[in-house]
Design a protein around this ligand. Structure first.
Ligand SMILES: [Zn+2]
Length: 481
């Protein structure tokens, strides 16, 4: 009703010629037909791509684990810059990123009473160390973070807090990950504030291997980090059984790890120049760091490889797209999105130039869904990108938001439009953040589908006539992920 009367009013204004510019409204962003024809070529070429596999194999073989701040961090940055140059990217540069450096030296743990059993566990990022020689204490077990929250300090003081969060279920969209990672990120600080000696939780993963899943935790300001570790799923099952049978239960933890000053790494940026000189670009990439337990193949060598290979395919076209394609290999995503946050801060003032962003950081398996957060008048252009991706098996949820990915969430928060290309994560959370994150988990056919999807999406966004709504603060409140 209101809309109808508004249109009636506008028509009246138009008729009198008083406000033609206002009455015209925002022009719809469109994708030219010619670009859609080129996208079909890119789609076919992506499905034959070998570059993403070559890059993933090389990064995981010649360098391997890439814990932020480690010796391999620098090697990986040099590798990335050299690859961009060798592949003919027009601009290659770095932007510094600083963060506290965390190191892992050794770790072990066991149940010592009422039975003696070794536990497969791993320290969480930012965990404090145990005293030299280890720490033995009674377990205070809780079914959830809320139960720990409700506990008195007396029930926790001097004990090893164990939160028995449920095992992650296998889901295409990894829906349970948020619940588990919340326990991981908040539990240790909460336990420390109540005087606990240490914290353990069930790994946030869906597998049944004795490969514990690490991941970052954080301690509130003024809280001294306590030792914090994740048990593998079978080991958490064992501890649950022992706790059910008899009490009290005691554990021994020996974690040699902790913070070691500040480190300055960098985001490594490679750009394929567009044919227009307006400074506008489509942002993509992945994170160059990984956890140290595996070789970081699916998290996130494959993301770096997919987006680099897609940009490289676009660069081989007879004509460059209108806008540039910028690939960012982000620094230290794992310990708290440091690279993404630094990028958002550095580029906040000219965020409108970053017309839209799409990052790959959920493995190497098939992309199954597209979502986007753009201005309403650009929705038709997203519809056309979705139609171009449909033959690759990508569905489109027009109602759901899309920030563009983990590293891009900070960039999205300062106003960049986002395009999220969601991978099937049903295998991902078996291996994520474990010693099993290795090259053999990457399936080349699914990797190629990713390259095809990114090449088509990045190219069409770069060719769009009109923008997607990027502007300072434009999407501050949409809660996209
Ligand atoms: Zn990742």
């Amino acid at each position: 009703m209101r809309l109808a009367s508004l249109f009636a009013g506008l028509s009246a204004l138009l008729a009198t010629g008083l406000a033609p510019a206002f009455a015209a409204g925002p022009a719809a962003t469109t994708i030219p037909d010619r670009a859609l024809a080129t996208a079909e070529t890119l789609r076919a070429q992506g499905l034959k791509d070998d570059l993403a596999w070559t890059l993933t194999e090389d990064l995981t073989t010649s360098i391997g684990p890439r814990l932020a701040g480690s010796a391999n961090d620098l090697k990986a940055r040099e590798w990335m810059a050299a690859r961009f140059r060798a592949l003919g990217f027009d601009t290659v540069r770095t932007e510094p990123v600083s963060y506290p450096k965390w190191v892992r030296r050794s770790e072990s743990g066991a149940i010592v009473a009422p039975v003696a059993q070794t536990l497969a566990l791993t320290a969480l990022g930012n965990s404090g160390p145990t005293p030299k020689g280890g720490l033995t204490a009674e377990v205070a077990a809780f079914a959830s973070l809320e139960a720990l929250q409700a506990a008195t300090d007396a029930a926790v003081r001097g004990k090893i807090v164990y939160v028995a969060n449920p095992r992650m279920s296998v889901r295409v969209d990894g829906a349970d990950y948020g619940k588990g990672s919340r326990v991981r990120s908040r539990g240790p600080s909460l336990a420390a504030q109540k005087g606990a000696a240490a914290f353990v939780l069930r790994s946030v993963g869906s597998d049944n291997n004795r490969t514990p899943h690490t991941g970052v935790t954080s301690f509130a300001d003024g809280v001294t980090p306590i030792p914090a570790a994740a048990l593998s799923n079978p080991d958490a099952d064992l501890l649950d059984t022992v706790l059910r049978r008899s009490a009290p239960v005691s554990l021994r933890l020996d974690l040699d790890c902790g913070l070691e000053g500040e480190y300055t790494g960098a985001n490594v940026i490679g750009e394929i120049s567009g044919r227009d000189d307006a400074g506008e670009y489509v942002l993509t990439g992945g994170h160059l760091d990984s956890w140290d337990l595996g070789t970081g193949a699916i998290d996130d060598a494959s993301g770096i490889a997919i987006t680099t290979a897609a940009a490289h395919l676009i660069a081989q076209l007879p004509e460059r797209p209108r806008r540039s394609i910028r690939v960012v290999a982000f620094a230290n995503e794992e310990a708290g999105l440091y690279g993404g946050k630094a990028y958002a801060e550095n580029h906040r003032a000219e965020i409108a130039k970053a017309v839209i962003g799409a990052e790959s950081d959920a493995g190497a398996d098939r992309i199954v869904k597209l979502t986007a957060t753009v201005k309403p008048s650009a929705r038709g252009a997203i519809d056309r990108i979705a139609a171009a991706l449909a033959p690759l098996g990508v569905t489109y949820d027009a109602a759901a938001p899309g920030s563009g990915g983990s590293d891009l969430s900070a960039v999205h928060a300062v106003g960049m439009a986002g395009l999220s290309l969601h991978q099937d994560t049903s295998r991902y959370f078996e291996w994520h953040h474990t010693a099993n994150d290795t090259l053999d988990k990457v399936d080349i056919e699914q990797l190629r589908q990713n390259v095809a999807v990114y090449a088509v999406a990045l190219y069409l966004a770069a060719e769009a006539e009109g923008d997607f709504g990027s502007a300072p603060g434009a999407f501050a409140k949409d809660g996209a992920n």
